[in-house]
Structure formats: C-alpha cells, structure tokens
Ligand binder design. Sequence first.
Ligand code: ASP
Length: 424
Amino acid sequence: MWKKLPLIWKILIGMFLGMVWGVLAHALGWDKFTTDWIKPWGVIFLNMLKLIAVPLIFVSLISGIASLTDISKLSKIGVKTLVIYVLTTVFAITVGLALVNIVKPGNTFPEEKKIEYQQKFSESLANKKSVAEQKKQQSLLHFLVDMVPENVVKASSDNSKMLQVIFFAIVFGIAMVLLPDEKVSTVKRFIDGLNDIILKIIDIFMGFAPYGVFALLAALIVDFSADIALFKALGLYFLTVVIGLFFLILFFYPMLIRIFVGIKPGKFLKALLPAQLVAFSTSSSAATLPVTKKQVENELHVHSEISNFVLPIGVTINMDGTSCYQAIAAIFIAEVFGIDLTLGQMLIILLTALLASIGSPGVPGGSIVMLIIVLTSVGLPPEGIALILGVDRPLDMLRTAVNVTGDSTVASIVAKGEGLINNT
Ligand code: ASP
C-alpha cells in the first residue's frame, strides 16, 4: 500500500510523523537520540538535493538556451522574465509594508525582552555584521564583479555562488547558438543525455524524500522546543509575516495564474505542493530546484525550453517571500526601537529589499546578511536583527516555499506568452 501511495502523500505523512516524533521525543527526553540517529538522515537528504543542484542548473540552462535557435528569441524571453520577476517582487514587498503598517507588531514588544534578546544573539550577530560591512564597502558595481567567476570549477564548488555558474552556463549556451549546427550537434546530444541522467537521479533521490523530511522536521522540533518562550514575545511579528506569506501563496500567485495562464488555483496549488513541502522542509530554494522543475514540467506542463531557463535564474534572483519578510522585519525593528520612518525611507526599504532578493543565495538563512544592509540603508540599528533571529527558522521555511512558488508562477506566465505551456 505504501508503495502505491502518490509521492505527495508520502511526503505529507513523513512531515506529520516527523513533527509528532519531535514533540514526543522532546517530552520523553529523547533529544540526543533524535539528534544523533534521526537528524543525519535529514542531512543526507538535504545533501542529495544540494549535490544535484549545480549540475542541474548548469546542464538545464545550457540545454534550454541551446534549444532556442536564435539569439533574439533568447533576449526577448530573458527581458520578459526579468521584468515579471521584478514586478512580482515589488508587489510582495508592498504587501509586507502595508501589512506591517496596519498590524504594527513592534508596538507591543516588551522592553525587557529587547535587552535579553540582544544579549542572547549578540555573538551570531557579530559575524553577520562584519560580512554585511564588507559588502557595504564594496561599490555598487561589485555586484556585477561578483557574477563573473574567475574560475569556473571554484564557482561550481560553492552553492552560494550559483549566479556565477549561471553566468558561465548562459555564455556557454549563447556560444552554442551562435555556432553552426554541425559543429555543436555532438555537444548538444551529450548535454541532452546528461540532462536526462540528472532528471533520473532526481527521481531516485525523491524516493527518499518522505524519510528525509521526517528526519528534518523531527530534528527541527527538538532543536526548537527550548525556545518556545521566544514565540510568545514575538507572536504578533511572527503572525504578520505568516499572513503576508500565506497571502502570496494562496491568493496572489493563484490569481496571476488564473488571469495570465488560465489554470485553476486548486490545480496550480496541488501541482506545486511537493515542491512547496520540500522547500518548507529544507529552507533552501536552490536545493528544492530539482523538485520545482519536475513539478512545473510534469504537472503544470511548462515546456522544458522555458523552465530550464526561467527556474534556475529565479532561484538566485527572485525571492518574493524573502523580500516580503524583509520589509516586515525592518519596520518591526524600527517600531521596537521607537524610530519613525518617513515615506521616503519606506521607499528606500522597498528598493534595498528588491536588491536583497537578487543578492541573497537560496540557502537556509541566506537573506539575513542582506537584511542588515536593508536596515542600515535607512539608519536602523543592525542589532535589531537579534530580536528576530530566534524565530527565523520557521519563517525561513515558509518564505522559501513562497520563493519557489513565485519562480514557478513566472515560469508558467512566460511559457504561456511563448505558447510553450500545455494547459488544456
Ligand atoms: N532560505 C531562503 C531560500 O532559500 C532564502 C532566505 O530567505 O533566507 O529561498
């Protein structure tokens, strides 16, 4: 019976049992057993996904670009993708700003907790502050310098440098398009074969997903149980972020999909659920890419010509959940410190949160360093991050699910525009 169950149910059952195990284990004092004997299976699953992420980005981008036979089509799709990515991110930030200004979660935050949390998280904050400081001292163009790797092997060895891998893959693909067919046909066939092999590997790894998410969630609950008190003080902030993120997932994207692609919201959400659940369990949109790609191609029927190109780019530059959360976090911190922000400062937050979404890597907690830059851009104290770090992990899980949903939405819209989606 277990064998015949669809994967999505197996993952859901895995997540549920993982949470039950975590709660029971903490109550019965099995924390160490869970950390020593259960958590490693979750780490193995996470590593499997990360392992395949760089080869997948590389091969799928090249085969995606090489299949577009002329450069003008490529640049048209490229510009369209970027414009829709930016527009959806700006909307997500606006949702965050509107919500936090209505709810005002910072106004109810107890003063004594402010001091307590600042002391508690001061050490982990110090590291992040120095990284943010280095980033801030670099000129704006450094962002472009960062994109061009000096060594492609080195770039491929670091999952947070995916933008560099993407750069090399795009150049490689463009060169293939520019050359006459007889020169590149062998490489083309080789890359296509490689693509199929990688997809098969993903299939094999996904068979392990229910057990992986079980272990990840069980370990997470055990790690977190000690910090239950944090949730009480930060409840309203937590809730504001959750409402914003759920609004995006349940209303905004389904509405876009309904209007621009003609797919029913229920079908869209069902198709993406496995990717959202893996994103939720791993907190990494880069690690989730293999699953996102599979769901978008197999369930939403987006042609691989589009998904190969739009999704890997989205993983690195499009993070709607992250930017919505950053807007809420920044204003929350301003409120707690009693700093009134002007409309102009809100606009600066919008702009820096947009850049932060482009600059954050799709890894767990990838956006925290960028949040420091958002804060300092309007003169807010970076120490404020200490207030929210304690509850960041569950929010990271949720915003990662939003991030992958955003990428999938844009892939579907672009595919529809090009007549490369089969949603009849
Ligand atoms: N974990 C997020 C992602 O992978 C990034 C972040 O918001 O920290 O998409």
